[in-house]
Design a protein around this ligand. Structure first.
Ligand code: AMP
Length: 404
């Protein structure tokens, strides 16, 4: 089956065309800084994946997707000769609330329920819904599937997902922890089990998805038992532009002092905080690391805070589980930054997580999953390349095949 995977963010679009039988990717697309004057979209096709960059300034995320369809239809290098060759579309959806506990075919009812989930992930869900609507318009005959980041976390026990608020907020508004990045945590846990050569059901793992967004999950016997993201992807770690967990009283204090509206406060917490807010440099970790190297003290503080919050989260999940066999690092920062991994684990050796400097620094086989702890580290440390798109394509294939 040929599946177009669509992964829409507030200012980005990732897409791949995947042939599920052979697990091969035929097209990759990455649009970034969407909504700004510097917006660009890189598109590349198998076998060489030579990137061609398109200017997408002025376009919204869903319009970038429409442009990608035009490129795939017209480019002689394209692996398909027409859009009719795409069998299904797999959409990554960050929040499925209590409406969706597993991947779902998008019919009218599901589309309506997706709208109700938008406020749970205000940076991501609205962009994904706009892409779904665009595809329903442009390719109405092609089945679309929604694959949810929250689905993996539906195994959390009530003590992990309930908030200590008046009971009626759970009953009336379904306010509870849902988590996110579930597709990535599930995949990272399975890949770590493969690396350790043991069945996932026998393991206690702490999976760390550290990208622009970030979350850490306690995976006990293959099931998520707790995760740092909460009702929305704002809770937990400090992130690129998101504050992560702060004293909730700060929110009401700022609103009162500065007369901020709810939307303005949302914007401050989701888009102006985190690494960007503290460093004043950027939300992109590479730029912040460079600034810190050049002596920027706020950039250095941002990195210090970022590392400290990750260390505390790993420590708390070590306490939450009955055993911890490995800590797994994945996503942009987790996979690529040996420097940050070194800083994180420098503070965790006393818990039995002992990094091997040479293995950590080794970059010869980028993209390869590997163990980076010393041989007799009581708890192993793994690096896993996240492959969300392939997992979404496979889940889409499963669901659409059942329907046929
Ligand atoms: P993701 O959201 O998974 O695409 O990750 C994006 C984040 O990973 C950005 O903050 C990037 O700066 C960061 N990143 C990617 N490569 C590196 C690297 N080599 N060193 C540090 N950060 C990196």
């Amino acid at each position: 089956m040929i599946v177009l995977v669509v992964n829409a963010g507030s200012s980005s679009l990732k897409s791949q065309l995947i042939e599920t039988e052979g697990k091969v990717c035929r097209m990759k697309c990455l649009a970034e800084k969407v909504g700004t004057d510097e917006a660009y979209m890189n598109v590349s096709f198998a076998p060489d994946f030579q990137k061609v960059t398109y200017n997408v300034a002025g376009l919204a995320v869903a319009q970038c997707l429409a442009k990608l369809l035009d490129i795939m239809s017209d480019d002689p290098e394209s692996p398909i000769s027409g859009l009719g060759q795409i069998d299904a579309i797999g959409n990554r959806i960050v929040a499925g609330g209590e409406y969706f506990t597993k991947a779902a075919l998008i019919d009218d009812e599901a589309r309506e329920n997706l709208s109700k989930c938008e406020e749970l992930a205000p940076l991501h869900n609205p962009a994904a819904d706009a892409c779904i609507d665009m595809m329903r318009k442009l390719m109405p005959e092609t089945p679309q599937v929604a694959v949810f980041d929250t689905a993996f976390h539906t195994t959390m026990p009530p003590k992990a997902y309930m908030y200590p608020l008046p009971w009626r907020y759970y009953e009336q508004f379904h306010i509870r922890r849902y988590g996110a990045h579930g597709t990535s945590h599930r995949y990272a846990a399975q890949q770590a089990a493969n690396l350790l050569g043991r069945p996932l059901r026998d393991l206690g793992l702490i999976t760390c998805h550290l990208g622009n967004g970030g979350s850490i999950t306690a995976v006990n016997h293959g099931k998520s038992i707790d995760t740092t993201m909460g009702f929305t992807p704002l809770e937990g770690l400090m992130m690129g532009t998101r504050s992560g967990s702060i004293d909730p009283a700060i929110v009401t204090y700022i609103m009162r002092e500065e007369g901020k509206t709810f939307d303005e406060m949302d914007e401050i917490l989701n888009r102006q905080s985190g690494i960007l807010g503290i460093s004043g440099v950027d939300s992109d970790m590479r730029d912040v690391l460079d600034a810190a190297d050049a002596g920027n003290e706020r950039a250095e503080l941002a990195i210090d805070m970022y590392v400290y919050k990750i260390q505390k989260a790993i420590g708390s999940y070590y306490a939450a589980m009955t055993r911890t066999d490995a800590v797994v690092m994945t996503a942009g920062i987790g996979e690529n930054s040996a420097k940050l991994r070194e800083r994180i684990f420098a503070g965790l050796a006393h818990m039995g997580m002992i990094l091997d400097k040479e293995r950590n620094d080794f970059t010869g086989q980028i993209g390869a999953n590997r163990i980076i702890s010393i041989d007799d580290s009581p708890i192993r440390i793994c690096v896993v390349t996240t492959d969300e798109e392939m997992r979404i394509a496979r889940e889409t294939d499963n669901l659409v095949s059942q329907l046929r």
